[in-house]
Design a protein around this ligand. Structure first.
Ligand code: 8YV
Length: 332
């Protein structure tokens, strides 16, 4: 774009569409940097709105609730050259199509690691100690008083935690479980250098099944991809001890929900706690009815601190891109 040579003006600012409302400090900062279009209604964009955003703006900032498909990226007349995802996971974006069309994609890792790891431990405690059932009993006026056999859960301290996926969040969970709860931590994730995972007090295993067989609790921290879809299926659930519990704060499609419902009904495993579902925001009705299944509405990174930092990270990626340098969190 041309600029008047002697005006001293910075010229037109890049236009950026942000698909959902962000913390106000981030929106204000975004407006200082760019010509920003906000989604005042905060309703998820339709595919047509996403297409329109890519056609009329220089950049798109989507979230997990936007499916930026290959069709949308490849639609004729696209103007946007960067998709700066607001989130660490970027399975909502067709990255192969972005690469093929020369569209840069960035994400927001690191800044939400601790909060997501904290929430993972919260879910683990919820399912082990039956906390959701306790809250329900109280709220519904069903608590008749303390007695020695009331709502007995299972101990967490000193037990074995199996982690599938030892990236940033897996390691942060391992540290908390090992250092805070004295848990023995085993994991499977071949790409992670063993030295790094060992620092978190974790021991590698050679297969998913080996981790599942020896764990009292299993926590999932792999990204969603065709390879990890239904990583936890009926066969693998059957590998877990009957007293074991599964925790998922990664992505819903990593677990075969039909198999999980059957396993929870039949007692193949004792319990599960999910922050994510295959079809968000509509968890399957059967899942809502299972007492040994704890459900949260995708709250992993839901702290003011994380959500502000995620926004700032997305803005930093856009600033780098429009400044002509490689964005720090480029994934495509
Ligand atoms: C985010 C997440 O809230 O960052 C991720 O991968 O799953 C969540 O914590 C979500 O992605 C925001 O778009």
């Amino acid at each position: 774009m041309s600029r008047p040579a002697d005006s001293g003006s910075a010229g037109p600012r890049p236009s950026v569409v942000i698909t959902r409302r962000l913390p106000s400090a981030v929106e204000r900062h975004a407006a200082e940097l760019f010509d920003v279009r906000l989604n005042e209604s905060d309703r998820p964009f339709t595919p047509e709105q996403l297409r329109e955003a890519l056609r009329t703006a220089d950049a798109l900032v989507p979230t997990v609730s936007d499916r930026v498909t290959a069709d949308i990226i490849g639609a004729p007349g696209r103007r946007a050259a960067i998709i700066a995802n607001y989130g660490a996971g970027y399975d909502n974006i067709a990255v192969d199509a972005a690469r093929a069309h020369g569209v840069v994609v960035t994400n927001t890792p690191d800044v939400l690691t601790d909060d997501t790891a904290d929430l993972t431990l919260a879910l683990l405690l919820m399912v082990a100690r039956r906390l959701g059932e306790g809250v329900d009993e109280l709220r519904q006026g069903r608590w008749t008083g303390w007695h020695p056999t009331y709502l007995l859960g299972t101990r967490v301290s000193g037990k074995t935690l199996g982690i599938l996926g030892m990236g940033r969040i897996g390691r942060a969970v391992a540290r908390r479980a090992h250092d805070g709860f004295g848990m023995r931590v085993v994991y499977y994730d071949p790409p992670v250098p063993i030295g790094e995972a060992k620092a978190a007090g974790a021991s590698p295993r050679t297969s998913v099944e080996a981790v599942l067989r020896e764990s009292d609790f299993v926590s999932l921290h792999v990204p969603s991809s065709p390879e990890t879809r239904h990583l936890i299926d009926a066969e693998r659930l059957a590998c877990m001890p009957r007293h074991a519990c599964l925790v998922n704060t990664a992505r819903g499609d990593i677990v075969d929900e039909t198999a999980l419902i059957a396993a929870l009904r039949s007692g193949t495993i004792a319990g599960a706690a999910l922050d994510v579902f295959a079809d968000e925001p509509r968890p399957r009705r059967e899942m809502l009815e299972l007492p040994n299944l704890v459900l949260l509405p995708h709250l992993g990174s839901a702290t003011v601190e994380s959500r502000v930092a995620m926004g700032e990270r997305a803005l930093a990626n856009l600033t780098a891109f429009f400044g002509g340098t490689r964005p720090r969190d480029r994934v495509a």
